[in-house]
Design a binder for this molecule. Structure first.
Ligand code: AP5
Length: 211
């Protein structure tokens, strides 16, 4: 099964992707994580990506599409994969369509008023990438899943979050209509539901599709 996770910054794509990857043994491909890994290793792609990510802008389509094309051509993706944060523009969606077939687009729908607080309070595990919110950490600075150290992403500050939300509205939100027209979108609302309840809805849908 080839899946896309769509949603605004902070909607909960990464949170749900980790759970889906664990339950269905699907490779979790996050373009944001790939860029952050490249930034950490100071690669050419990393240096380029950093100049966009730090401003809350999208990395150019041609760079991002090439990375995804290479990643999904690897052997571990032959029985399916899950894309988290890709595509993010109509041009990326069209490029993807030329190289693969998508079975389901899961759109995580959240009230925008919740996102600033979610993102500015997010802490992420340096080792496994699990996300937490400070309000539920009770002062803990290590990951409950693997014991790794928690940190705050550089782009999780009010100014950069605002530009990420503006970019989402202008360039990514049109993908909802794009995939609705194609008939393979599943909308799940995460406003007041905890991550576990959102995951239950996704599992119901995925289990129906797999039958
Ligand atoms: P990326 O890393 O993909 O960031 P993003 O899309 O902004 O999404 P986030 O990771 O911030 O949020 P999320 O939806 O995964 O939410 P999470 O589960 O962590 O991309 C970073 C940058 O890379 C981009 O800005 C861009 O520059 C570049 N980039 C990446 N892909 C690109 C592409 N395709 N093209 C071009 N450039 C690209 O949850 C957030 C918080 O909320 C957490 O604290 C979590 O615990 C909490 N939470 C989650 N679910 C719930 C819930 N149901 N209730 C309450 N709290 C919840």
């Amino acid at each position: 099964m080839n899946i896309i996770l769509l949603g605004a910054p902070g909607a909960g794509k990464g949170t749900q992707a980790t759970k889906i990857a664990d339950k269905y043994a699907l490779p979790h491909i996050s373009t944001g994580d790939i860029f952050r890994e490249n930034i950490k290793n100071q690669t050419e792609i990393g240096l380029l990506a950093k100049s966009f990510i730090d401003k809350g802008q999208l990395v150019p389509d041609e760079v991002t599409c090439k990375i995804v094309e290479e990643r999904i051509s690897r052997a571990d993706c032959k029985d399916g994969y899950m894309l988290d944060g890709f595509p993010r523009t109509i041009a990326q969606a069209e490029a993807l369509e030329k190289i693969t077939k998508i079975d389901l687009v899961i759109n995580i729908d959240v009230d925008f008023s919740l996102l600033m607080e979610r993102l500015c309070g997010r802490r992420v595990c340096k080792d496994c990438g699990e996300s937490y919110h400070v309000s539920r950490l009770n002062g803990t600075t290590t990951c409950a899943r693997c014991g790794g150290e928690l940190y705050q992403r550089k782009d999780d500050n009010p100014e950069t979050v605002q530009s990420r939300l503006d970019v989402y509205n202008a360039q990514t939100a049109p993908l909802i209509a794009y995939y609705t027209e194609k008939g393979n979108i599943f909308n799940v609302i995460s406003d007041t539901r905890p991550p576990e309840a959102v995951f239950e809805k996704i599992v119901e849908k995925l289990d129906t599709l797999r039958k």
